[in-house]
Design a protein around this ligand. Structure first.
Ligand code: 26V
Length: 872
């Protein structure tokens, strides 16, 4: 059931190699690899001179007088110059492609969690070594400057980071793929821990501007309209006139996305709401200028802040405004470009793919209809056919409480014309259902896009697109069999799986340079462009010398993290202990509490027997809790309270330590993940759609300790069952409990004395002087049915932890496991995922499929060739 569906990463007959950025097979594979490194020819001397000149021209300062920030900006500015040069060429190429009418992909996402960009750009442009060497000769450490870059937190977690990985892969694969999102003035809040609890502070990431990495394109601004009313005018045909609306200028900021050694620069276009139109209206005497300031603020609030939330806020009007703002601006922009091709609209789906990342951009469906019907004058039927063929949608969660729905009234007031269109889509969809299920009102009501006063965004996205995909095999299975079963029944051909991936360039090459170098020294550099080649490491899994080097690199990465822990938390941790890490959003279903319970139990056992044969462990936990999510915030307090007790108890002789690392973000992840021994992936089976941190850990040689959920199942398939430790209820078991009940947490409370003891400790003052501090946890486990089966899985989890402890003691076995994980991580590269999206959803490889051997005919794009080969 869980077998991988793609042969990608299986040993290929006749090795494949990349030549000039294009993957080729057969005879060509023997040619030397000629990678395009735009700046391979820049000497260190030239760099140093350029650097000094840049510093003078930007700040009129000498090296000695410049601050670290200025030094960073000088370097970034040099890199920007290089990007601009390449980008200009890339834009020319794109104009040419448009003339040649190549298909373009637009990935619409309300979040893009980019992380810092300096390192990645230097690597992609082939500049890193020269810069690092040149700076060193100038007496500057690159590592120090890196810290000066803001880390834009324009996303909450996995969904946003996935979007950023995909941008990286699109550019690496030379796909014509672009991102479309919002330029939030404030990103996800900065987390500080005060007295053990989370406090939120604004993320002022634009304090110094985002100068090096963004380009404002004010001349391409478009207008987005809210509110007002719609008037019908019959003039031969019915025309809808939208009037008395509020107009907002959507101003694009373009962020270049460089491809790895291939001269590709794609664009992430982030839209900012500006009130330029309000100012103009005031100047033209059309509005009351006294209110202009207030009006301006209200309009600009649209892109003011990222919703700091992975909890769905029903009815938040600003959130709906953000969604419409983004899709309207993005689609207007796409159609403006499309019109330059002078093609009939019927050709749009052959030239443009619009991807909807979760339901947040699902308004793209009715907005596309509005643009095609109202503005381009197409018939409803033609417009619908074009829309469905252009759109595709990814579902990222099955949690019922996360399914977006909007109150009809709010929707109608804010977006009157869009409401009319959704209404019409719903009418026609229900008629289709009626033809299929005559008389079955119950089913139709259940599937309707508008029902019980709400607009269901997932249903709108499925009905309005040609593809709906899940993000792991299990997740897609659950969508088909359970959550979206009715939709799968009517549109089986629309459903498909695309297991997530992560970019191995950021998460291995950039984040873990020592490991990356060792891999390259051992198997050559082909893995960089063809991550499946990591498989070649399997032959070294038992090689004592290689094992030793792997262990040494891990030890050094752990030392780096240990220093950070000492600086940030003031806790001394032993870098020879097992680093056991759980970093991700704090959420009940992700079960940080299960981790805590194991630590509490282990601590108790150590108190009883300080000679317990356990290898010393450092438990590291990090993650943000949504601001209004009470129990998640209490979990952070619980972790810190427990840490306070354990870390100060001399009786256990430093056998275990617990650390909560504040403000988990992409940059911190880049330091934590390469230093991890154990990757904790322990959600309630069926709840985590896929997970992506699990893949990043694996790539860095950590061993997964996980439930059989989401991507973990496929990690086990890839790495081998003996190279990961799994435990707990399976998804079918959990789903059965949800359907039929039959689980009573009190049974476990009474039968397992460890559980009873721990639960009582939550409320008896052992962890906090305020006995009410963790009452909500206690109640959730015992009085509210332990929804996420924490108590139920506890015994199995402790047993799995014992297995980890045992395996680690035999370092040969452990290192072998680590190597197998690294060697099989290639399949989890987002390059693979994206190649699948491109070939199977957006059909960028139509040409490749029809020319499997050779593709030498003129007119075939390198992309088509490359995809054809990757997916063989
Ligand atoms: C939303 C909500 C809202 C209600 C309360 C619970 C809850 C939990 C999660 C979410 C987020 C939904 C969308 C999302 O971020 N999904 C994540 O997408 C990742 C990329 O596909 C995937 O790896 C994660 O498993 C999935 O949770």
């Amino acid at each position: 059931m869980y077998k991988r569906q793609q042969p990608y990463c299986q040993a290929k007959s006749g090795d494949a190699k990349h030549v000039g950025g294009v993957l080729v097979t057969g005879q060509d594979a023997n040619k030397p690899v000629e990678r395009r490194e735009p700046n391979a020819d820049m000497t260190t001397e030239q760099f140093k001179e350029a650097y000094r000149n840049k510093l003078y021209s930007l700040y009129a300062k000498t090296l000695e007088a410049a601050s670290d920030k200025e030094k960073y900006l000088t370097l970034a500015s040099l890199v920007r110059d290089e990007i601009s040069r390449t980008w200009l060429q890339a834009k020319k190429l794109r104009a040419q492609q448009q003339e040649n009418q190549e298909k373009q992909v637009y990935y619409f996402s309300i979040e893009f969690l980019l992380g810092r960009m300096l390192d990645i750009h230097m690597i992609n442009l082939g500049l890193k070594d020269t810069c690092e060497r040149g700076l060193r000769e100038l007496g500057i450490e690159l590592a120090q400057l890196r810290e000066e870059e803001e880390d834009p937190g324009l996303g909450n977690g996995g969904l946003g980071r996935l979007a950023a990985c995909y941008l990286d892969s699109m550019a690496a694969l030379e796909l014509n793929g672009h991102g479309c999102g919002i330029r939030y003035r404030y990103g996800l809040f900065e987390q500080q821990i005060i007295g053990g609890a989370q406090y939120e502070f604004p993320d002022d990431w634009l304090k110094y501007g985002y100068y090096p990495w963004e380009y404002r394109a004010a001349d391409e601004a478009v207008e987005v309209r809210f509110g007002g009313a719609v008037r019908l005018q019959a003039n031969g045909r019915i025309v809808y006139i939208h009037e008395n609306y509020e107009a907002v200028s959507a101003v694009p900021y373009d962020i270049p996305i460089t491809g790895y050694h291939n001269n590709t620069v794609n664009t992430l276009r982030l839209w900012s709401a500006e009130a330029e139109l309000a100012k103009q209206a005031c100047a033209a005497g059309q509005t009351d200028c006294r209110n202009t300031l207030q009006y301006k603020q209200s309009l600009e609030s649209i892109s003011h802040v990222l919703y700091p939330d992975d909890t769905y806020h029903e009815g938040k009007v600003l959130r709906l405004k953000q969604q419409y703002f983004m899709v309207s601006a993005g689609l207007q922009n796409i159609l403006r470009d499309f019109r330059k091709m002078n093609l009939p609209y019927a050709n749009l789906p052959d030239k443009v793919a619009v991807h909807i990342n979760d339901t947040h951009p699902a308004l793209a469906v009715p907005e596309m209809m509005r643009l095609l019907v109202d503005e381009a004058g197409l018939s409803w039927e033609d417009a619908w056919d074009i829309t469905v063929r252009t759109m595709s949608y990814t579902n990222h969660t099955i949690l019922p409480e996360a399914m977006e729905k909007w109150p009809e009234d709010l929707f109608r007031t804010l977006l009157p014309r869009i409401y009319m269109i959704v209404h019409e889509i719903n009418e026609r969809f229900c008629r289709e259902l009626w033809d299929k299920y005559p008389g079955n009102w119950e089913k139709i009501r259940h599937m309707a896009i508008i029902a019980d006063g709400y607009i269901h965004m997932a249903y709108l996205a499925i009905a309005g697109s040609h593809s709906t995909n899940g993000v792991a095999v299990l997740h897609t299975d659950i969508l088909k069999k359970e959550v979206l079963h009715d939709f799968w029944e009517i549109y089986p051909q629309r459903f498909n799986n695309k297991t997530n991936g992560v970019t191995h360039r950021r998460w291995l090459l950039a984040a873990n340079p020592k490991l990356a170098s060792l891999v390259t020294e051992t198997i050559g550099e082909a893995w960089l462009e063809d991550p499946c080649r990591l498989q070649d490491l399997t032959q070294y899994a038992d090689d004592a010398a290689f094992q030793k080097e792997i262990a040494e690199i891990k030890r050094r990465n752990k030392q780096v993290l240990a220093r950070i822990i000492q600086q940030k938390n003031g806790i001394a941790v032993d870098s020879d202990s097992i680093f056991d890490v759980q970093v991700k959003r704090i959420h009940a279903y992700k079960r940080q509490s299960l981790n805590v319970f194991h630590i509490m139990d282990l601590y108790q056992r150590l108190l009883e027997d300080p000679d317990l044969p356990v290898w010393p462990r450092t438990f590291i936990i990090g993650g943000k809790a949504a601001m209004g999510y009470y129990i998640a915030k209490r979990t952070i307090k619980l972790i810190n309270s427990l840490a306070e007790v354990i870390n100060n108890d001399k009786r256990i002789r430093d056998k275990i330590k617990l650390v909560f690392l504040a403000n988990y973000n992409v940059s911190l992840a880049e330091t934590i993940i390469p230093a991890a021994d154990v990757s904790e992936q322990i959600p309630t089976a069926s709840r985590e759609a896929c997970g992506t941190a699990n893949m990043k850990f694996m790539m860095n040689g950590a061993v997964t300790l996980g439930t059989l959920d989401g991507g973990n199942i496929e990690i086990r398939e890839a790495a081998g069952h003996s190279n990961i430790v799994t435990f707990g209820l399976t998804a079918p078991e959990v789903l059965q409990y949800y359907r039929q009940g039959g689980y009573n947490p009190w049974d476990i409370y009474h039968s397992d004395p460890r559980v009873k003891r721990m639960l009582e400790k939550l409320v008896d003052g052992s962890l906090s002087s305020d006995r009410e501090d963790f009452r909500a946890h206690y109640d959730s486990f015992l009085h509210h049915g332990d929804q996420y089966f924490v108590l139920k899985d506890f015994a199995a989890y402790v047993a799995a932890q014992e297995i980890i402890n045992g395996k680690y003691q035999d370092q040969k076995v452990w290192r072998r496991m680590c190597i197998h994980n690294i060697a099989h991580a290639g399949w989890f590269s987002s390059d693979r995922t994206f190649a699948e999206y491109a070939a199977e959803i957006w059909r960028l490889n139509e040409a490749a499929i029809s020319c499997q051997d050779g593709c030498e005919q003129p007119g075939f794009s390198p992309i088509a060739k490359r995809l054809g080969t990757m997916l063989q």
